[in-house]
Design a protein. Structure first.
Length: 168
């Protein structure tokens, strides 16, 4: 497994390590069930602190890409490929939002609203199946927040476009 880091980059080393592992999963170089090298081995190869590698492993565990067990090490989870794909889609969405002038907070609100809608749709689809009905708790509040955020973003975008149209 090839992990690249560049100490000159603004991105923290642990995040660069996590990015490399995500890329390896996305490219199929790491597959579900595969064990990663011990953090100490990676740290020695990269000449970084072992805790930096452990931080990356913990981040990936929190994302659902790795399973960390004492004595067993870090293992790629069965959902790793799907999660890596979702991560790529999120990066593309963020890039598109930046091009449109949408700020991170607004995009986060849009995604939260879409997630809430998806949970509400799932809950409605499972009524009578014995599944727990999570409903759309907070949909009105989230919807209002998203509506306000999107409206503000649209106004900013329109103002930016107006300035660009006037600039020779």
């Amino acid at each position: 497994m090839l992990i690249r880091v560049d100490a000159a980059k603004d991105r923290p080393i642990y995040a660069q390590i996590a990015d490399s592992i995500r890329a390896a999963v996305s490219a199929g170089r790491l597959v579900p069930g595969e064990k990663l090298p011990p953090a100490g081995d990676i740290a020695a190869g990269l000449e970084v602190n072992k805790h930096t590698v452990l931080h990356a492993y913990q981040l990936l565990r929190d994302e659902g890409l790795l399973d960390l067990r004492r004595g067993r090490g870090a293992v790629v989870t069965p959902l790793a490929e799907e999660i890596a794909s979702l991560h790529r889609e999120a990066q593309a969405l963020a890039a598109r939002a930046r091009l449109l002038g949408i700020e991170a907070e607004t995009l986060a609100a849009i995604v939260a609203h879409a997630h809430t809608d998806a949970v509400g749709t799932y809950a409605a689809d499972t009524v009578g199946t014995g599944a727990v009905d999570t409903g759309a708790v907070g949909t009105a509040t989230v919807g209002a927040e998203v509506g306000a955020a999107v409206g503000a973003a649209a106004a900013r975008n329109e103002a930016t476009l107006s300035r660009k149209r006037r600039t020779p």
